[in-house]
Write a protein that binds this ligand. Structure first.
Ligand code: PEP
Ligand code: MG
Length: 585
């Protein structure tokens, strides 16, 4: 049959920006194809169960090898693979599949398929987005076992020895973490979304990726030439000469622009009319400090501390926390490090620990509420932070504040902790600057009262948008309404910043809204003092700030405030700043 080589354009979701052109390398065509069901003789049932057990052991060994070889820059993503390891022996798979083989006398593949479907359905029914996303983990684990059951060899991504673009039905975190930058130019998948772990890894590696293409693996043949435009979420298969030349030019321009922007990232972010902005990085682990420095960050604006509390059975002790915080403070000194206290539950459940059973976790016992109900756990963290503050420029940030009482209670605990540290004769710093996340509408509305109690505000738009617009981000039906440019969100941000200015305290922003260049004219017009974001976004944000004049952005804001929809605001940004933004990377 002749191979169709006409140009095809596929549209998906932008997973990671950038353009690459190269040969397709098909990794995984729709997992294991067709599973057949057949019955087992009573005397062969035990052997069938053993066949399943062997497949699980092989799958575990494979995964252990992968974890050992995860490259340094992706070390912290290995935690997800450790959870996969645990899932292999989970009762839900292991016990239930063996039970099914024995009671129904069916083949292991069919039994595994059944238990996987049941487990996935169970997770999919859970409203909590964090738990819902665990359904994907179950699928990854099940696919690996299935492949071993049917005797198919795993594609070894680490072993690919030519420069290619990966084309996969679904790349698991385990597979993505094997990517070697000198071999893999980019990747595309049928499945996956912007918030998937796979796309986060692509952005960390800074390679282009388009996800959610649906049928890429059935349309694209091995070795076909493809163009991946990760910024636009487009893939072009078998490009015509004209298309090829156009994208080749675009890719070169993109690479040059990116290199240019990175080269200037150490310079200050000063608007075209001379106002300086502090642009900082968000981190979760000490290892990420390097990325913040390499991308020209002026400090750490958000150190999310949840990571050390996840995937373990006990809470971390003071010394363990202190060592990590001190390391970050010393590495960044004299630049500031903003350590946010524990923000667990909601969409960040800590597995294996006291996770409350709540119908509405986003409105439940999360963040500061959890900490104030567990003063022992909270004080341990506060002690570690005050001690680290003796070794650098450390600030304290409290998440999910909804009223003055929570701040007063926390300050009391900080005083107690400082007294006990004094008694213990441990070096510490009580004069640490204390700030709060503004991410609940009630906090925004009483920002003037809160400002009397703290030294700075940091707007967490990820949650503020969710709570202001009443949109559960786990609910696909209303996801189209989640928009940071909604007039209510813009007014609320302006209101918070104004309240801070009246009380002479600074307002930062550390939600995702801070990392997108299209939002800059509005944020600069509002008068935000500092922005904090994923380290990879710092250079382009700094670059764009240098092109914008604050006085013009103030006039622009007046026009923005007249708009009655996010769409109109978007159009206004395009009309006024469009050309500048398309060159912004
Ligand atoms: C936010 O809500 O915007 C924020 C930065 O916090 P997190 O994403 O950790 O909830
Ligand atoms: Mg938040």
């Amino acid at each position: 049959m002749p191979v169709d080589t006409s140009e095809i354009i596929l549209r998906g979701i932008s997973g990671s920006p950038g353009i690459c052109i190269g040969k397709a390398y098909l990794v995984d065509k729709e997992g294991v194809d067709v599973i057949e069901k057949y019955n087992i003789n009573p005397e062969a049932v035990r052997k069938e169960a053993d066949r399943f057990k062997t497949a699980v052991t092989k799958a575990r060994n494979e995964l252990e090898d992968t974890i050992k070889n995860v490259p340094e820059e992706l070390r912290h993503h290995a935690a997800i693979l450790e959870t996969h390891l645990l899932l292999h022996k989970d009762k839900m798979f292991y016990g239930k599949t063996i039970d099914l083989i024995k009671t129904e006398r069916i083949n292991a593949e069919w039994a595994l398929k059944e238990t996987t479907a049941q487990a996935k359905a169970m997770f999919n029914d859970i409203p909590d987005p964090y738990l819902k996303s665990r359904a994907a983990d179950i699928e990854h684990v099940s696919e690996r076992i299935m492949r071993n059951l049917v005797g198919r060899k795993a594609v070894n991504i680490a072993g690919i020895d030519k420069r290619v673009i990966l084309v996969a039905h679904n790349l698991s975190p385990a597979q993505t973490s094997q990517i070697q930058l000198e071999k893999i130019k980019g990747f595309i998948t049928d499945r996956g979304g912007r918030a998937s772990h796979t796309s986060i890894i692509a952005r960390t590696l800074e390679i282009p990726a388009v996800l959610g293409l649906d049928k890429a693996t059935s349309i694209i043949k091995n070795d076909a030439i493809i163009i991946v435009d990760g910024s636009a979420g487009i893939v072009i298969v078998n490009p015509e000469e004209e298309t090829f030349i156009r994208y080749d030019e675009l890719a070169k321009k993109y690479a040059l622009r990116k290199a240019d922007i990175l080269r200037t990232s150490a310079q200050p972010a000063e608007s075209s009319d001379g106002q300086a902005f502090s642009i900082m990085g968000n981190i979760e682990l000490p290892e990420e400090v390097v990325a913040v420095k390499d991308h020209g960050g002026d400090g750490i604006g958000l150190y999310r501390t949840e990571f050390l509390y996840m995937n373990r059975d006990t809470f971390p002790g003071e010394q363990e926390l202190f060592i990590q915080y001190k390391e970050v403070a010393e590495l960044m000194y004299p630049q500031p490090v903003t350590i946010r206290t524990l923000d667990v539950n909601g969409d960040k459940a800590i597995l294996g620990m006291e996770t409350p059973d709540e119908a509405n976790p986003a409105l439940g016992l999360r963040a500061i509420r959890f900490c104030l109900q567990k003063p022992g756990i909270f004080k341990t963290q506060l002690r570690a932070i005050l001690r680290a503050a003796a070794f650098g420029n450390v600030r304290l940030l409290l998440p999910m504040i909804s009223g003055c009482e929570e701040i007063r209670e926390t300050i009391q605990l900080i005083d107690q902790v400082a007294n006990s540290l004094k008694k213990d004769q441990l070096p510490h710093n009580r004069d640490i600057k204390i700030g709060i996340m503004i991410e609940v509408p009630s906090a925004a509305i009483i920002a003037d009262q809160l400002a009397d109690l703290v030294d700075f505000f940091s707007i967490g738009t990820n949650d503020l948008v969710q709570y202001t617009l009443a949109i559960d981000r786990g609910n696909r039906q209303v996801a189209y309404l989640y928009n940071t440019l909604h007039p209510a969100v813009i007014r609320m941000i302006k209101f918070i910043v104004n309240a801070g200015k009246k009380k002479h305290i600074k307002t930062f922003m550390c939600g995702e809204m801070a990392s997108e260049i299209i939002n800059l004219p509005i944020l600069m017009g509002i008068g935000i003092d500092a922005l904090s974001m994923a380290p990879q976004s710092i250079p382009s944000i700094k670059n764009m700030i240098r092109k914008i004049s604050v006085s013009e952005s103030r006039l622009f804001l007046k026009e923005v405030l007249k708009q009655t929809s996010a769409l109109d605001t978007m159009q206004l940004i395009e009309d006024t700043y469009g050309k500048m933004l398309t060159n912004g990377v």
